[in-house]
Design a protein around this ligand. Structure first.
Ligand SMILES: Nc1ncnc2c1ncn2[C@@H]1O[C@H](COP(=O)(O)OP(=O)(O)OP(=O)(O)O)[C@@H](O)[C@H]1O
Length: 885
């Protein structure tokens, strides 16, 4: 028996090195010359001198700071190979021991494990180096090393059983929760599978507490189902005693509908499950290797990883005794299952569905919802299939296999990055179920795009597909068909509808739908969502989203309103594989011009302040410079502004076309078509209507001049507009995402909040503090005080509402859904030179760490000495004026 070792965990080690997070890495790995040039031209060494990063280091020292959020480790300006070589866990531990206590407090991952938590009693397995997983026994927190040979398999497993918290280049964090285990059981994993695999991947022996949690949480899952039959809801189980106990529940019992004289439960034969082939996959094509089919990347070849499967390994799996206990426990269930060839059910009233679902979650018996669509001969079938040319990608297949894994359709949520192809996932699901389907979208524009995509990817008869929006009400298919509509059309209350809308709505609510697809499911306001899911009777609900993130913390409601998360893809992985573009993200700090900043400090109105910071002439100049720079490179640029006044002003001054909520449909189409096809139109300006669903694969650069407060979701969705760049497959290609932020204003605070989600996906934001050569740019606007003053006067003349974000009818993104005072994750910004990132020299950018963001949060006021002085002076003058009166 090997000697026992003590775990020090990755947390108690030397201070962090800085490793470029995934997105920045590709540039250093050999980006094209043109991309190198892109950044080196901005370079400004002079800007580095004498300034300090928020942690007190010299900005150009290129030294490191610890505390990258989520255990991410940062090495600046290195290529990935070197970074990986340096990140050796063995060095990590030995270095830690040679340094004092003081330093271990600053290591990269201590923040993951709360102060005072000692995990040194966990026993390290002898071959722990080849196992990728660290476990925090008390919080269910898992830390996965991405550089481990067993990473791919561990990731595929963890994504099924835990919630990803952050996935940076080298470290991923997950949390095991009741919900995540529910999702695991829903996609067919048993308690035994979960425990065994955790034990296999873990560096330490699986803690008892965690094991018990998995057993107790999963033993009750999957035992009760919610089934829709002939427009009536039933709760179904193979174990009548569970139904008995549910009926004794004070919420569920009264929801039962019981015919007079009816006793006991209705009984039916348990459905027989058989294999199912998902369209668009290799199996569907009837051959193992389809020419031109999208190959799934192979796991990294390794030898050590083989050990991880070895059940003869003392630590690789539970002991014989433990396994026997577990098997006994599970066998009891199996035996019961075998005996139960009948299912028992009772009916519940439709208007209590939500309460019953919620109660079932609360008592630890969440309802799964599965639809045996192949056995459904009551609802008409729809003639629809994927076109032979449609080949779904491996991760789309993965996601769909979770939904259809046991031959039935499970309700749940699929999370894919923007631009990764959620629409095709929804369409393939409809082609698999082959029953009437209803698709709900956030805006009329998405409705149109969904229809086009259905016609592009499937052979559905165009007469069998209808759209239902406030401006378009197509005739609905009578027998079976597809309806695509906005959430608002089906959720508005009865009295507010026009007659023809009401007729359509009556039709929709009277029908039993095989599939309901809920696009951008995370943005739907909770109440609207409830109305939709309770009014429309659907056997299966498929939620699609990129972020599973909302600012009002209602995301957990989705678990019982739709179902568990079935699949969540890794942004960086898809980007590295070329399915979505690689993006360089940068935040450009634009100092406020003195005139604008004095007004900014003076005005008490938040709207005015926001308008002043958006209209800051220096921001305008930065925008003008970046447009000029990227247009010369042949890029296609989208400029985003939530504020319509700023959108129009920038567009008119820059002489570029723009689209916002009130732009007529024909004009929108005209602008978009020109952007796509006309080489003379390389830049367009879009309001927030362009945030989602806009498919403009030509776009390679985004410049954000005004945004929706601290919305992490909007940031991710905007980034999504360039993730689908057509040129993403080109050698060394990078898309660029710039956020222009007025320095020393609230924009800086919001900007750091906005980036949090993307940082957790492994993106790093560079801060550009100076655009070299901008001042000398020919034709640069607002160079004279007169010009700036004229602009200022124009801005001051605007009324209060000019500073507001756009409110678009029929667009769910318009509402301000931010909750105040909620804890948000901090943001990491990397320091160094952006030119270095691209292989060039000398661009200035600064690192923020988490504590700096806390500072930002606390202190949203002006930062620089000059502006502080200005503010003091103004206060003094005001006081003097007051004294005089
Ligand atoms: N399997 C595939 N084969 C070829 N092209 C695909 C595939 N899947 C998706 N695409 C293409 O990728 C692009 C992005 O897809 P889609 O619009 O569905 O993304 P999305 O995930 O819905 O993005 P968003 O969240 O930003 O709306 C589209 O042009 C789509 O046609």
């Amino acid at each position: 028996m090997p000697p026992k070792r003590k775990a020090t965990t990755a947390t108690s080690s030397r201070p962090a090195k800085r490793v470029a997070s995934g997105i920045s890495t590709p540039v250093s790995l050999g980006s094209s010359e043109s991309d190198k040039d892109a950044f080196s031209e901005f370079a400004s060494e002079s800007d580095l001198s004498g300034t300090e990063t928020p942690d007190g280091r010299s900005r150009n020292s290129r030294k490191t700071t610890a505390g990258a959020r989520g255990g991410g480790v940062i090495i600046e300006g290195q290529d990935l190979q070197k970074a990986m070589a340096k990140f050796d866990p063995r060095n990590y531990n030995s270095a830690a021991s040679s340094r004092g206590k003081q330093q271990t407090a600053h290591d990269v991952a201590s923040s993951l494990f709360k102060a005072g938590r000692d995990m040194s009693n966990l026993e390290l397995k002898p071959d722990h180096a080849s196992r990728p997983l660290w476990l925090d026994p008390e919080r269910g927190r898992l830390v996965l090393e991405t550089f481990s040979p067993a990473f791919t398999r561990a990731q595929n497993f963890l994504i099924n059983i835990a919630e990803p918290q952050s996935r940076t280049s080298h470290i991923h964090e997950y949390t095991i929760t009741g919900n995540s285990l529910f999702a695991a059981v829903s996609v067919g994993l048993s308690t035994h599978d979960i425990i065994r695999q955790l034990e296999t991947f873990s560096k330490t022996k699986l803690p008892e507490g965690l094991k018990e949690f998995v057993i107790s949480a999963t033993s009750s899952f999957g035992k009760v189902r919610l089934v829709l039959k002939q427009n009536q809801y039933f709760i179904e189980s193979q174990d009548p005693s569970i139904l008995q106990s549910l009926l004794r529940d004070p919420v569920i019992g009264p929801a039962r509908i019981q015919e007079e004289g009816e006793r006991g439960f209705t009984q039916t034969a348990a459905p027989k499950l058989a294999g199912l082939v998902i369209p668009g996959t290799k199996e569907a094509a009837g051959q193992r290797e389809v020419p031109g089919a999208q190959k799934r990347p192979q796991p990294t070849p390794h030898t050590q990883g083989q050990d991880l499967d070895g059940s003869d390994d003392e630590y690789g799996a539970p002991t014989v005794e433990e396994e026997q206990n577990m098997v006994d426990l599970l066998q009891e269930d199996d035996e019961e299952d075998e005996e139960a060839d009948r299912v028992h059910a009772f009916q519940i009233t439709a208007d209590k569905i939500e309460a019953v679902q919620k109660q079932c979650v609360d008592i630890g018996l969440p309802l799964t919802s599965e639809y045996d669509f192949r056995a459904d001969d009551r609802n008409a079938s729809l003639d629809i299939d994927l076109r032979p040319s449609a080949q779904i990608r491996y991760y789309q297949e993965h996601a769909l296999s979770k939904m259809f894994g046991n031959g039935r359709a499970r309700s749940g949520i699929i999370v894919l990055p923007c631009g990764a192809g959620k629409t095709l996932v929804g369409i393939t699901a409809a082609c698999t179920v082959k029953k009437s389907a209803i698709v709900l979208c956030t805006s009329a524009m998405s409705v149109v795009q969904w229809k086009q995509e259905f016609l592009k990817w499937s052979n559905v008869d165009p007469n069998d597909i209808a759209v239902f929006t406030s401006s378009e009400k197509e005739r609905l298919p009578q027998r079976a068909g597809i309806v695509i509509c906005t959430y608002s059309m089906v959720s508005s209350s009865h009295g507010k509808r026009a007659h023809d809308s009401q007729v359509t709505m009556d039709f929709i609510t009277s029908r039993e739908w095989g599939l309901m697809v809920l696009d951008e499911v995370h943005v739907v306001p909770a109440e609207m969502f409830r109305r939709v899911t309770s009014r429309i009777l659907a056997h299966t609900k498929l939620g699609l989203t990129a972020t599973l993130l909302r600012e009002d913390d209602k995301i957990k409601d989705l678990n019982f309103l739709i179902g568990p998360k079935l699949y969540e893809a890794n942004w960086l992985q898809l980007s590295n594989e070329g399915h979505i573009a690689r993006v360089q993200c940068a935040e450009v700090w634009c100092p406020m011009s003195a005139e604008f900043y004095s007004e900014y400090l003076e005005t008490p109105s938040p709207n005015k302040r926001s308008l002043l910071s958006t209209m800051n002439p220096r921001k305008f100049q930065a925008c003008q410079y970046l447009i000029d720079f990227h247009e010369k490179r042949g890029d296609k640029i989208i400029i985003f502004s939530d504020n319509v006044y700023a959108l129009k002003s920038y567009a008119l001054k820059l002489v570029r076309p723009y689209i916002y909520g009130d732009t007529p449909q024909r004009e929108r189409e005209n602008v978009l078509a020109n952007f796509q096809q006309n080489p003379a139109v390389s830049t367009i300006l879009l309001s927030k209507i362009g945030d989602t669903s806009l498919d403009l694969p030509e776009a390679t650069v985004l410049i954000q001049i005004s945004s929706h407060y601290g919305s992490r979701r909007q940031e991710a969705q905007r980034l999504g507009r360039i993730l689908r760049a057509k040129r993403r497959g080109d050698e060394g290609f990078n898309a660029f995402f710039y956020s222009l932020v007025s320095k020393d204003t609230n924009e800086m605070y919001y900007s750091s909040k906005r980036q949090a989600f993307l940082v957790d996906q492994g993106y790093s934001f560079k801060v550009i503090t100076h655009l070299t050569g901008m001042e000398k740019m020919p034709g640069l606007n607002f160079t004279t005080p007169e010009e700036r003053d004229e602009l200022l006067q124009a801005v001051l003349l605007q009324n209060e509402t000019a500073g507001e974000v756009e409110n678009i009818r029929e667009d769910l993104f318009s509402g301000r859904q931010m909750s105040k005072g909620k804890k948000k994750p901090g943001v990491k910004r990397t320091a160094g030179t952006l030119a270095e990132l691209a292989g060039g020299e000398g661009m200035a950018y600064i690192e923020y760490n988490k504590s700096k963001n806390k500072d930002l949060r606390k202190n949203q006021g002006p930062q620089s000495a000059f502006f502080k002085k200005t503010k003091r002076e103004m206060e003094r003058k005001r006081q003097a004026a007051k004294d005089l009166t």
